[in-house]
Ligand binder design. Structure first.
Ligand SMILES: [Zn+2]
Length: 81
C-alpha cells in the first residue's frame, strides 16, 4: 500500500485534490454491521468523497467474511422506525 497512490488524483465529482487517509468503514454482513478501522482510502479534501482501491476493497471483503479474526467486538446500536 503506497501512500503516494492518490497523489495527483482528482475527485470525479468536484475536481478537488484527493489525499490518503485512514477511515472507519462499516459494512452490513448478514444483518449485522461490522466496523473496519483504519481502512486506507483516498478522501477528497473538498467534498469528502471517499475512494477505495480494488486491493483495499478485496482485503475488506476477506476481513469481514471471517478469514481474519476480529480484533475486538463492540455492540452497535441499530434503530428502526
Ligand atoms: Zn470532491
Amino acid at each position: 500500500m503506497t501512500s503516494k497512490f492518490w497523489e495527483g488524483e482528482c475527485c470525479e465529482y468536484c475536481g478537488g485534490p484527493i489525499a490518503e487517509k485512514r477511515v472507519n468503514l462499516s459494512r452490513k454482513i448478514k444483518n449485522k454491521y461490522v466496523l473496519i478501522e483504519r481502512v486506507p482510502a483516498g478522501v477528497c479534501t473538498e467534498c469528502g468523497t471517499r475512494y477505495y482501491t480494488a486491493n483495499v476493497l478485496k482485503t475488506v471483503e476477506e476481513t469481514v467474511r471471517g478469514r481474519r479474526k476480529a480484533k475486538r467486538e463492540m455492540v452497535v446500536p441499530v434503530y428502526s422506525l
